[in-house]
Design a protein. Structure first.
Length: 75
């Protein structure tokens, strides 16, 4: 830097924020239990509230599949 630029920088650097980049001690991956655990609990909670709807959908699928199977056998 030139002398004038250096003086300007020295004058304002105390007011500039400091930013530091760092790497975590270890990388978190989707397969880690620390990540999977909370997601599994949330998923179970959501699914338990939807269980009645899921059972109805399952029954509709079974019924429709059986009807198609019976029509196939008859022809």
């Amino acid at each position: 830097m030139r002398k004038m630029e250096k003086k300007i920088y020295d004058a304002i650097k105390v007011d500039l924020p400091l930013y530091f980049l760092f790497k975590a001690d270890r990388e978190n991956k989707d397969s880690d239990s620390e990540v999977q655990g909370p997601l599994k609990v949330i998923t179970k909670s959501i699914l338990s509230g939807m269980q009645e709807d899921l059972d109805k959908l399952k029954d509709k699928i079974v019924t429709a599949t059986e009807e198609v199977g019976l029509r196939t056998i008859k022809t």
